[in-house]
Design a protein around this ligand. Structure first.
Ligand code: SF4
Ligand code: SF4
Length: 378
């Protein structure tokens, strides 16, 4: 059992807190090459709240620099091949400036490797991830329509270069296999330390266009799986319904039962937290119906969910068509989704800068309620 540290925090007192975390976990980086990996979702300014806040990145760079100046700071957003450059994302998110000269475009050097996953045989991976002696993982605490949350485990998906991520969604076939791949990837690149930016958090249908609210916490630990379990618990998820936690625990990567995790500090649930519609019954009673990953497995039998288009939001930029791994989106000039081809990965919703493609909330909740008895019996 490792220890997960939860601390009330504000953007103003991060240096002292980060130093405390490094001491608590006895982090020794002397002589090492360190990759600091924030969540840099795309070219979004800090006030959008969907990237790791640059003030946390800056505080961690200052702390790591006490031990080594062999530092890289960077991430590898899926949106790159869909119109937003990596460098633009770094500059607009504030992460470039926060890196204090250590920023690198981690997508610029890639190597095709096998991580020993049964789901995906080979994939292009950033050489910066491969060459780092230690990875300091700095995810943002957000909901995710498919995985439930995106935090420590999901943040390591950034090791895969650019739009190859969307292809992995497609090649994995359905969300349960995709979730297993995420666990395999996390295991391969296991970070030395995870520090979650939960000062502002995302609820609802994240990870791009959910609702931002105050979180007021920094959460840290050496087991990203256990940190994720604590974050998910604070959000109000039932942990046995998060498939990636179950799979990660089975792989020996950490506990996913809160009773078996030593949590120290200021643990407290975020009140009235809105779960993704894929994990909730109706917004009013917030029923958790089933694991989205299992739902994906039965969608083939009873119908799938497809992204809903909101024309008044759309700028016809084409990013969704460019990223779609199934070739299911035609532009005329607005996107038209071919539902026969669509594999319900929602990559299009993730890369859309305007929230013009979204999860069909009511359909999701209705379908999941209808599926619930079948899933329970299964
Ligand atoms: S839905 Fe419209 S705005 Fe969104 S990515 Fe597609 S074309 Fe661009
Ligand atoms: S249309 Fe959207 S949800 Fe469907 S396969 Fe393409 S990217 Fe995935």
């Amino acid at each position: 059992m490792s220890r997960v540290f939860v601390k009330k925090a504000s953007y103003d007192n991060l240096d002292q807190l980060i130093a405390e975390i490094f001491t608590l976990y006895d982090i020794n980086l002397r002589g090492k090459r360190v990759l600091i990996k924030p969540n840099m979702l795309g070219a979004f300014p800090p006030e959008h709240g969907n990237c790791t806040d640059p003030r946390l990145v800056a505080a961690v760079v200052r702390e790591v620099r006490k031990q080594t100046d062999r530092i890289w700071v960077g991430d590898n957003p899926m949106r790159v091949q869909a119109g937003g450059g990596v460098d633009d994302s770094a500059r607009i998110s504030g992460i470039y400036e926060a890196s204090q000269g250590y920023y690198v475009n981690v997508g610029a050097k890639a190597r095709v490797i096998s991580i020993g996953s049964e789901i995906i045989a080979q994939m292009p991976v950033s050489e910066y991830f491969l060459e780092a002696d230690a990875i300091i993982n700095l995810p943002k605490a957000k909901t995710h329509m498919i995985a439930g949350i995106t935090c420590c485990v999901k943040n390591m998906f950034g090791a895969v270069v650019g739009s190859a991520k969307a292809k992995i969604h497609y090649d994995a076939g359905h969300a349960k296999r995709f979730t297993q791949f995420l666990v395999d990837l996390y295991k391969y690149f296991k970070p030395t330390l995870n520090i979650v930016e939960a000062l502002t958090i995302m609820e609802g249908d994240g990870p791009t266009h959910g609702k931002i609210r105050e979180g007021g916490k920094i959460i840290a630990g050496t087991s990203g799986v256990e940190v994720d379990a604590v974050v998910a618990s604070m959000m109000g998820f039932q942990l046995n319904r998060l498939k990636f936690l179950q799979l990660a625990s089975q792989a020996g990567l950490g506990e996913c039962d809160l009773g078996k995790i030593e949590v120290v500090g200021d643990f407290e649930p975020w009140p009235n937290f809105e779960l993704p519609s894929t994990y909730s019954g109706r917004p009013m009673d917030n029923i958790q119906v089933a694991q989205a990953a299992e739902i994906h497995e039965v969608w083939g039998q009873v119908g799938r969910l497809h992204p809903r288009f909101i024309e008044e939001n759309c700028t016809a930029c084409g990013s969704c068509a460019e990223i779609c791994p199934a070739g299911a989106i035609a532009l005329d000039p607005y996107p038209v989704v071919d539902e026969a081809k669509c594999v319900s990965c929602f990559c299009c919703a993730e890369v859309c800068p305007e929230a013009a493609l979204v999860m069909p909330k009511e359909e999701a909740q209705t379908l999941f309620l209808r599926l619930n008895p079948q899933i329970r019996e299964g």
